[in-house]
Structure formats: C-alpha cells, structure tokens
Design a protein around this ligand. Structure first.
Ligand code: ZN
Length: 274
C-alpha cells in the first residue's frame, strides 16, 4: 500500500535544499577551490595560503578557509597556515590532485599576438591596474559564493586550457566564455563593489567587482559598460552589454572568478547549466 506522508516530503525538500549549499564543493586541483575546516568557535582565525589571505566562511560553529589554487600550482601536498583565535600557529595540509586541461587553438588579428612597443607599454600598465583590482581586499562577510549566471547562454568548458594564438603559446584561459548575442545585458551575479572599469587591450571593455574577502569577478569584451568604479551593485544589477571588444573571435562574455588574486574555474561557483 502506498501512503504519502507530507512530513516525509517536506523533509526530503529540506534535504534537497541543504544539498545546494551556498559554498563551493572542495575541488583541490590546479584552478580549483579548496574548502578546509580550520577552527571552531565564534572568533575567526587568520588563514594564509602561499602568503595570501584566505576567504573564511562560518557554518555550524566551524570556520572554513576557501582557497583558490593557481593553475600553475604543483600537484601533491600543499598547506595553509592558521593563526589567532587563542591557539598556537599551525599548518593544515591538503592534497592537490592533477587535472588534464585541454589545448585550444585560436586565430586572431596579428597585433594581438605580436604587439608593437607602444602597445606592449599599454599592456604592461593595464596589467598593473587589473592585478591591483584582482588582489583587492575588503573585510566584508561573504554570505554566499554561489553566483547567478551573469548572462544566459552556452558556457564553454575551456577554463584552464593551454592556449595557442596563431600557433604561438600564451597563458592558459583564465575564465569561462559564455556565448551570447551582441547587446545582451550582463548582470552582477552577487552583491559587491565595482573596483575597476576600463578599456583594456586584450580584455576590451571590462568590469571588475569585489564581493569581499578577496572574492573578485571579472567581465570582459563588453560592448558598453553601465557602471563606474566605486558603484555598489546588488545581485542582478545590470553591468553592461555583451560585445566583441579586445582579443576576441566574436561576441561573447568572458567571465572570470578569483580568490585572493587567483583565477579559479567559474563552473565551481555557478549553479549547474541547464
Ligand atoms: Zn575568455
């Protein structure tokens, strides 16, 4: 005999909700995110990974460090250092597992592969601005690391791909490309503060948002920017529209997610693609 218990259904719904937690799953690979329990109690400890402050979250009386692992990080045993909270300083080890990223070959205008001296100077000065924004720190509590999709569209899985532009090796792909038509509105995926906007040689029209404790997101190749440095944005605030500015092969959004200045795979902080 089948008898449906409404309390059981409610319990199952509750458990399903708990499954879609606001924090990323521990994925300790180069380009991934490590989530490590560091201490108990109300006071947050101080946590460093490779001399960079880690983002902290508090759940059920436990502090967790959320750490971005660089694509260039060696695999094997790594460690974070934990101090404060009345306990002696200590380190906690964790294992970084290998992951085989693919190769990607792209053809672009020659000046994006062999820039002249003046352009190299421009690239160098822009790199400093972008790095400063990516390493920005504000002490805000981070309520969630689960983002809204900044734009609807097909998501690439090319994060971390070793890239060749016109057959010349370049840095690995540090974000996710989302296919969308020219002019599609791009929204903020979470509350934050705009830390930089600009027209950069490779990234085109770009917005960078600080969500607190070193969690930064980046939006590139925009056709138009609709926010300014210092603006507070809420989840779903329009940031601009999709374009094809900078080093691109067509209109799309390049979406980057960073922890402590380290690019991590945006797929780890986005809900599953439908
Ligand atoms: Zn991209």
């Amino acid at each position: 005999m089948m008898k449906i218990d409404i309390r059981l259904i409610l319990l199952l719904l509750l458990l399903a909700g708990a499954q879609s937690a606001a924090w990323p799953v521990h994925t300790a690979k180069p380009g991934g995110i490590a989530v490590i329990a560091v201490s108990q109690g109300e006071n947050p400890p101080a946590v460093l990974f490779d001399a960079t402050r880690a983002l902290l979250i508090y759940q059920e009386s436990t502090w967790y460090a959320v750490v971005g692992i660089p694509l260039s990080h060696p695999v094997g045993t790594a460690s974070i250092s934990v101090s404060g909270n009345g306990l002696p300083d200590r380190s906690i080890n964790f294992e970084i597992v290998p992951y085989a990223y693919r190769q990607q070959h792209l053809q672009v205008n020659r000046n994006y592969v062999e820039p002249d001296a003046a352009t190299l100077e421009r690239i160098f000065s822009e790199r400093k601005i972008i790095d400063a924004a990516l390493n920005h720190w504000q002490d805000a509590a981070v309520e969630s690391l689960t983002l809204a999709a900044p734009v609807a569209g097909q998501r690439s899985t090319s994060f971390g791909s070793r890239r060749f532009f016109n057959n010349q090796p370049r840095s690995p792909h540090s974000g996710m490309d989302i296919a969308a038509n020219l002019g599609t509105t791009v929204i903020a995926p979470l509350d934050g503060v705009v830390v930089a906007t600009g027209n950069y040689f490779f990234n085109g029209n770009t917005v960078l948002i600080d969500h607190g404790q070193g969690f930064i997101t980046m939006y590139c190749h925009l056709d138009r920017i609709d926010v300014a440095e210092g603006d507070r944005v809420a989840r779903e605030t329009p940031l601009g529209i999709v374009g094809a500015t900078g080093r691109v092969t067509g209109p799309h959004l390049h979406f980057g997610t960073y922890l402590g200045g380290t690019a991590v795979d945006p797929a780890l902080v986005l809900p599953a693609d439908h």
